[in-house]
Design a protein around this ligand. Structure first.
Ligand SMILES: Nc1ncnc2c1ncn2[C@@H]1O[C@H](COP(=O)(O)OP(=O)(O)OP(=O)(O)O)[C@@H](O)[C@H]1O
Length: 688
């Protein structure tokens, strides 16, 4: 007997998909049909409301390539209900967004809802009241497969999911995608950690740190939407191309409002046109600079030289020096910013005058206090005692005036360190100065000393290991009243000031209480490739756990070289040949090389008629090759990678450890295969 077409489980699931899609369409049409003319009294309200409606319509779009749901949970009992004998179970479809039918009953539940959590966390050991977990497989937009786990059935053995495996092995094209269908239990714990606490994730290449950080933002926005809409969220990445690579993940999850920035963007008070020597940048990025800046700023506050005399009508009121001193001392002792104290000072002086007036039998009110605070004598005294300070000018002076620096860095910086930070060619003005990235961070610190920086609700800091202590402080002051998710890998730190320990870094960030979690399961790099790259670990970050690849496909891995026999151009030719081979396969190809090698490789690709783009630029069907300078490879991934001349990657850095770390980053970008080409000797640390 043949089964009727609609009665096999797959057809039933397809029917539910079709019904969910029409329900979503109906939800969209409801919003589109909203007539706001009755509810908006003026055009400003109307414009705001229209904008909200447009956003809502966008959020309700049904993207044909993005499955509306990817999982199903059959609960033994209705969640939250008494688990009485015979109580009805309940079924939920888990998807990217909530969809309900005309009666308001859920057709698809948001993956972030509490009832969806067992989809990610339940196991045979801990079924969490789930009898069935079903994962769906899609081809294009069509539901084509499903896979069941009967979590509460002791007779069924636990096994790894084929669909999960297929998702992980899928060739990469274009920018980063969301992983919402396959978040792993240890990742989910980080994603759903509470908003109040900060989390730090140490994880090797491809362990999903970036993915976890972005999904955490989406989760927090769901769980604390109102609060975060008020306070704001921010994702910080190392450079533009990286931000471009990740920029579509949150919109795909329906989150359109999260700002993305680099640390340089955050501290952009001046135009950065200069660069520092490594030794100089190390000192400028040291947390002790905060103390130097604080001292330099407060050196502007001077002890009152004489009392203030306020003339009002026929009367003169005198605030004596000792009383002014007391006010200043009290303001210095308070935990308020330089600028706030400066604003408070005239009111305090006015208050002292008012007290005298009252003693003399007058009854002055607030208006009198305001008037006294604005009195020219008071203003002149304030300017003398507590002058306004421009943060950029303060930093300019510290970097140009050796005596000023010596005075405020005394006992903080050594003479050598002071020499290192002083500009060789002093600039005349803030405008003409060739500010370096580290200088901009100093100005940001000074700005915060003058006026408190606005704090956001949550900040995700990716590739954190490259930040200097002063940069950590800059990020930290943007989440003083909020929390942070810090993501990084100590082995991938390639700046001269790279993070040595997370405890220290979190201290600079002001989040010393953050929990440090470790991720070690690798989703990107194939076993053979990660094993090869991990040979470097003892030299670059002893003590770190090597990544264990969970990819079943062993990957494609070859080292091709003719050491000692290299003729000019031979290396380039070998790299191009390898690219040609890999481009014959499906997926993206990255050609990674030392920055100095990029112009020659670019010219050769051009001459050979092989099209390519730069990192962060969108590849197309015809142009699947990206030429990546090693300095920009961090955080990115390609299906296949050609790594040209490892020796040159190492030699491109100021010291060997940094060079080997750069090489470690470059070696760990491949998803399906890696070809290393070389004519120079390989670094000995790569020998087994
Ligand atoms: N649970 C998962 N399911 C499917 N794919 C995943 C999962 N977790 C991570 N991935 C994929 O693995 C790859 C690496 O993830 P990601 O870039 O977040 O790693 P990372 O730890 O930030 O790496 P790096 O240190 O190199 O920056 C990405 O393609 C990501 O989508």
């Amino acid at each position: 007997m043949s089964t009727p077409v609609h009665d096999d489980p797959l057809s039933r699931e397809r029917a539910h998909l079709a019904a969910s899609r029409s329900a979503l369409r109906a939800m969209r049409e409801d919003v589109q049909a909203l007539d706001i003319s009755d509810v908006t009294a003026n055009w400003v309200n109307a414009a705001v409301l229209e904008r909200q409606i447009e956003d809502r319509i966008k959020a309700l779009a049904d993207l044909s390539e993005t499955p509306l749901f990817f999982g199903r949970l059959d609960y033994l009992h209705a969640p939250g209900a008494e688990r009485a004998e015979g109580a009805e179970g309940e079924r939920f479809y888990v998807g990217r967004r909530h969809v309900h039918d005309a009666d308001g009953d859920p057709m698809v539940i948001d993956w972030r809802a509490p009832v969806s959590q067992p989809f990610y966390r339940a196991s045979k050991k801990d079924p969490q009241d789930v009898s069935l977990r079903r994962r769906f497989g899609y081809t294009g937009g069509d539901l084509t497969a499903y896979e069941d786990e009967h979590l509460s059935d002791p007779g069924e053995a636990a096994r790894t999911s084929r669909l999960l495996q297929r998702e992980i092995e899928r060739p990469r094209v274009g920018p980063m995608r969301d992983i919402v269908a396959t978040i792993q239990p240890e990742q989910d714990e980080i994603v759903r950690a509470g908003l109040s606490g900060s989390v730090c994730v140490q994880g090797g290449p491809g362990t999903g740190k970036t993915a976890v950080g972005l999904h955490r933002v989406a989760y927090l926005l769901y769980a604390h939407r109102e609060r975060l809409a008020r306070t704001g969220t921010l994702v910080i990445g190392p450079n533009r191309s990286f931000l471009h690579y990740i920029e579509q993940v949150l919109p795909a999850l329906g989150e359109l409002t999260v700002r993305q920035a680099t640390v340089e963007d955050l501290v952009g008070h001046v135009e950065v046109r200069g660069a520092d020597e490594a030794a100089t940048a190390v000192v400028k990025g040291d947390a002790r600079m905060a103390e130097v800046l604080r001292r330099a700023l407060y050196s502007h506050v001077s002890a009152p030289a004489e009392g203030v005399v306020v003339v009002r009508g026929s009367r003169r009121w005198r605030v004596p020096v000792y009383e002014l001193e007391e006010i200043v001392r009290e303001l210095l002792a308070r935990d308020i910013r330089y600028g706030a104290a400066r604003e408070a000072l005239p009111r305090r002086i006015a208050h002292a005058v008012l007290v005298q007036m009252e003693r003399a039998g007058e009854a002055p009110d607030d208006r009198v206090q305001d008037a006294v605070a604005r009195n020219t004598a008071v203003k002149a005294a304030v300017k003398e005692i507590w002058p306004p300070v421009d943060p950029a000018k303060l930093v300019l002076r510290l970097l140009t005036d050796a005596d000023f620096l010596a005075e405020h860095a005394d006992g903080v910086l050594t003479e050598e360190e002071r020499k290192a930070v002083l500009w060789a060619k002093p600039a005349r003005s803030v405008k003409s100065a060739r500010w370096s990235p580290a200088d901009a961070v100093l100005i940001d610190e000074a700005t915060d000393l003058v006026e408190r920086t606005h704090s956001l609700g949550h900040v995700v800091l990716d590739e954190a290991q490259d930040l200097s202590p002063m940069q950590y402080r800059a990020v930290g002051r943007r989440c003083t009243t909020g929390s942070a998710t810090v993501l990084g890998d100590l082995a991938q730190g390639t700046t001269p000031w790279a993070t040595r320990s997370w405890a220290e870094a979190l201290g600079h960030l002001g989040k010393g209480e953050a929990v440090v979690e470790e991720l070690t399961a690798g989703f990107r790099v194939p076993t053979d490739v990660i094993a090869y790259a991990s040979r470097l670990l003892p030299h670059i970050a002893p003590g770190l756990t090597p990544v264990a690849s969970i990819r079943e496909n062993p990957g494609f891995f070859e080292v091709r070289g003719t050491p000692g026999e290299g003729t000019p151009g031979e290396g380039t030719a070998a790299a191009l040949a390898a690219c040609g081979e890999l481009l014959a396969r499906e997926g993206s190809v990255g050609l990674i090389a030392a920055d100095a090698r990029v112009p020659e490789l670019a010219a050769a690709l051009g001459a050979a008629g092989i099209g390519y783009v730069g990192p962060g630029e969108e590849t197309t069907h015809d142009t699947r090759l990206t030429l990546v300078p090693a300095s920009l490879a961090k955080g990115l991934e390609y299906d296949y990678v050609v790594l040209e001349e490892p020796r040159a990657v190492v030699d491109g850095e100021p010291d060997e450890r940094t060079g080997l770390r750069r090489l470690y980053v470059a070696l760990t970008r491949a998803v399906s295969g890696l070809i290393v080409t070389h004519t120079a000797e390989l670094p000995p640390q790569l020998a087994s």
